[in-house]
Design a binder for this molecule. Structure first.
Ligand SMILES: CC(C)(COP(=O)(O)OP(=O)(O)OC[C@H]1O[C@@H](n2cnc3c(N)ncnc32)[C@H](O)[C@@H]1OP(=O)(O)O)[C@@H](O)C(=O)NCCC(=O)NCCS
Length: 165
């Protein structure tokens, strides 16, 4: 974990576009992790996440994009799990309710898809509700995945394979 209280200037990068004064970070310190947990708590799909679990999750996340407002508070967040060659999956795109509708969601998507470390990736995937299709289509995402569908194993309910004898 990064021992950061508030802003650490050398880890920040001023956004070189009209959406400044937001600044971008690629790792979160303790204060911003707490703010991320608070952000998660507002969304139905992640409102049970705890700070210790989120700290562990961030430690094992390949690419992190955070946006800070002028008071150094977390205004937006997104993360990616990837092998840096074939596959990358985008998770947790979130903009603080007080900062929505100002282009920050677009800044986060641009930051992920324009990240030089992800330049070689063949497929970017993400999971979202149909209400978000229009947003992600702006970056070339399509819900047309042929016969491919999402499968998931939930550890709370999954049993082991009972092989026929
Ligand atoms: C979805 C979310 C990240 C968008 O962030 P935002 O900063 O408000 O979005 P932006 O201002 O960058 O919007 C960029 C463009 O997408 C459009 N857009 C925003 N939300 C959209 C949606 N749900 N469907 C279609 N288009 C959308 C905007 O109108 C804008 O279009 P324009 O450039 O043509 O004017 C934000 O609403 C959010 O955090 N929602 C709660 C968390 C969530 O549901 N995340 C998605 C997980 S899959």
């Amino acid at each position: 974990m990064i021992p950061m209280r508030g802003c650490v200037l050398q880890q920040r990068q001023t956004l070189a576009d009209t959406r400044a004064p937001y600044t971008r970070i690629d790792a979160l310190g303790d204060d911003h992790i707490a703010q991320l947990v608070a952000l998660y708590s507002k969304e139905f799909w992640c409102n049970n996440r705890t700070q210790p679990d989120v700290e562990r999750m961030l430690k094992h996340t390949d690419v992190i994009v955070g946006l800070l407002d002028t008071k150094c508070a977390l205004a937006g967040f997104c993360r990616v799990l990837t092998d840096f060659v074939y596959k990358a999956t985008i998770y947790d795109l979130s903009v603080h309710p007080g900062h929505r509708g100002k282009g920050l969601g677009a800044v986060l998507m641009d930051a992920v898809l324009g990240n030089p470390r992800l330049r070689q990736v063949e497929h970017f995937d993400l999971n979202c509700l149909p209400a978000m299709f229009g947003f992600y289509r702006k970056w070339g995402f399509t819900e047309d995945t042929g016969e491919l569908g999402l499968m998931r194993r939930d550890k709370r309910y999954a049993g082991s394979y009972a092989r026929p004898r």
